[in-house]
Design a binder for this molecule. Structure first.
Ligand code: ASP
Length: 440
C-alpha cells in the first residue's frame, strides 16, 4: 500500500466542523496513514490563532501579570472542538498541568507548542490513530537548532512500526527533553521530514487554498492555480514573495524526490498544485508558471572604464558588502560596470558609508544609487525553451510604457528577473500575467 503523509494546517483544524472535513479526507484514502497537525488557526478573518493566544499567555506570565483569562479562552477553543466531536479528552487535567508549568517554569517554546500538542492528541483520538509526540523524534541541539538528519532517523524509528499515526507539527526537543519550536508555520517542515522518514509516496499539504496561484490575487483578478511546478520554480516564487508553503519544508522532500501536493480542505475535489522534482512530460501548457515580486529595492551601479580588462572588480565590491553583512539580491556585471540589487531597508542604515568605502578602495568613475525599484520574477523552467516568452514579456512591458531598469536571466533556465519602478509594479504584474495566459 502506498504511504501518504498528510499535513493539515491551522485553518483546516480550526474548529470541530473542520475536524470532520479532515476525517472525511483521511477516510477517503487508506494511504493517508501519517497525519501531521497544526494548532487551531483562524476561524474567521479577525480571529486569533491558538499559537498567538499561547504566546500572549506566556508574555503575560513573564511580565508577572495574571493570565487566567487568556488560558481560559484557549481552553474554550479546545473544549468547543471536543464537544462538537463528542470525544473523551482530559482537558481540565491537561490545562491544570499547563497552568502549573507556566507558573513554575515559563519556557516560551513549550507554551507555544501546546496548540499542536492538544490538537494532535484530539485528532488522534477522533481518528483512532496513535498519537506521536515530536518530543521523542524531532531533534534539536541544546541551542535550539534543529537536526534534520537525526530527526529523520528518530522519526523513522517512531513511525515505521505504526499502522497509522498523528504527529504534532511545529516542535521537538533537545537531548535533555527541553521543548523547542521550529519557525512560525513550521508544521510544514515537520510534515516534510516525516515524509522523508517513512519514504512516503506523496506529501500532501492541506490548507485553505487550492494550490499555488500563478499571480498575487490582490493584484490580478482571479488568477489560475498552477497544476505542476518544480521545486526550483517554487523556491524562486517563494523567495520573491508568493506564499503558500514554508520554504524550509520544500528542501527535505525535494532532496528525497518526494512530490508535494498542496490541497484545499474546503474543496477536496480540487487537484491543487503538485510540486515535483521533474516536470512531467507534456505538462507544458504554460511555459511561464507564475509571476511574483517585491518592492523596496535599490540599485547600486559602480562604473570604471577598462575594469573588465582586469580581475576582481566585482569580487571586491561583493567583499565590501559581505564584510558589512549586507546581502544583495542580484549582481549583474556589464562591460566596465557592476550593478547590484539590494533591499533598500537593509541598505539604508549604511548607504553613505558604503559609497565612501567603495569610493576609497576602488576609485570608480561613478557610483549611482537608485531607489524605489521593484523586482519581478517571471518563473518557468521552460521559459527559455519557449523561444519567445521572454521577448513577449519585455515587449508587452515596453508597449505599456513600463520602463525596465534591469533584466537578469542566467543560463539556469528558470526565471527572468526584471526591475521596474515601484509605482508601476502592479501594472507590470498584470501585463506579465496577460502575456502568460497567451503564451500557451
Ligand atoms: N501553529 C504554528 C504557527 O501558527 C505552526 C504552524 O501552524 O505550522 O505558526
Amino acid at each position: 500500500m502506498k504511504t501518504i503523509v498528510a499535513k493539515f494546517g491551522g485553518t483546516s483544524l480550526a474548529d470541530g466542523t473542520h475536524f470532520k472535513k479532515v476525517k472525511e479526507i483521511i477516510d477517503a484514502d487508506p494511504g493517508r496513514r501519517i497525519i501531521v497537525a497544526s494548532a487551531p488557526g483562524k476561524r474567521f478573518p479577525d480571529d486569533v490563532k491558538v499559537t498567538d493566544m499561547l504566546i500572549g499567555c506566556y508574555e503575560k506570565a513573564r511580565a508577572g501579570e495574571d493570565f487566567d483569562k487568556e488560558l481560559k479562552d484557549i481552553k474554550s477553543r479546545f473544549r468547543d472542538i471536543i464537544i462538537e466531536l463528542n470525544i473523551d479528552f482530559p482537558l481540565s487535567q491537561e490545562f491544570d498541568i499547563l497552568r502549573e508549568k507556566i507558573i513554575s517554569n515559563p519556557n516560551r517554546d513549550y507554551i507555544a507548542s501546546r496548540g499542536e500538542y492538544f490538537n494532535s492528541r484530539i485528532l488522534a483520538e477522533y481518528l483512532g490513530f496513535t498519537f506521536v509526540d515530536p518530543e521523542w523524534c524531532v531533534c534539536f541541539d541544546e541551542n535550539g537548532v534543529s537536526d534534520d538528519a537525526m530527526t529523520k532517523r528518530a522519526m523513522r524509528a517512531a513511525l515505521r512500526p505504526l499502522k497509522n499515526a498523528v504527529i504534532a507539527g511545529f516542535y521537538g526537543a533537545d537531548g535533555s527533553g527541553r521543548i523547542h519550536t521550529l519557525p512560525r508555520g513550521g508544521s510544514d517542515v515537520t510534515g516534510s521530514l516525516a515524509a522523508c522518514a517513512v519514504n512516503a509516496d506523496l506529501y500532501e499539504n492541506w490548507t485553505d487554498v487550492s494550490g499555488l496561484l500563478a499571480a498575487d490575487p490582490r493584484i490580478v483578478e482571479n488568477p489560475r492555480s498552477v497544476e505542476y511546478l518544480s521545486f526550483r520554480e517554487l523556491r524562486t516564487l517563494s523567495y520573491m514573495g508568493a506564499s503558500v508553503l514554508h520554504t524550509d519544508s520544500v528542501l527535505p522532500a525535494a532532496e528525497s524526490g518526494i512530490s508535494i501536493n498542496i490541497r484545499n480542505t474546503n474543496h477536496p475535489e480540487d487537484k491543487g498544485t503538485v510540486i515535483v522534482k521533474d516536470l512531467p512530460e507534456g505538462e507544458d501548457e504554460y511555459p511561464i508558471i507564475g509571476v511574483a515580486g517585491k518592492k523596496g529595492m535599490s540599485v547600486l551601479q559602480v562604473e570604471k572604464v577598462m575594469v573588465s580588462d582586469g580581475f576582481g572588480f566585482s569580487a571586491h565590491i561583493q567583499d565590501i558588502l559581505a564584510n558589512r553583512k549586507l546581502p544583495f539580491e542580484q549582481c549583474l556585471t556589464g562591460i566596465d560596470v557592476v550593478t547590484l540589487v539590494i533591499q533598500t531597508e537593509l541598505l539604508s542604515p549604511c548607504r553613505e558609508e558604503l559609497i565612501q568605502e567603495i569610493q576609497e578602495s576602488l576609485n570608480p568613475d561613478a557610483i549611482v544609487l537608485t531607489d524605489n525599484l521593484s523586482m519581478i520574477a517571471v518563473v518557468g523552467e521552460r521559459i527559455t525553451a519557449s523561444f519567445d516568452a521572454n521577448v513577449k514579456v519585455l515587449k508587452a512591458l515596453s508597449e505599456n510604457g513600463i520602463e525596465i531598469s534591469t533584466i537578469n536571466q542566467g543560463a539556469g533556465r528558470l526565471s527572468l528577473l526584471i526591475g521596474v519602478p515601484e509605482e508601476k509594479y502592479e501594472q507590470a504584474v498584470r501585463v506579465i500575467y496577460e502575456v502568460m495566459e497567451n503564451c500557451k
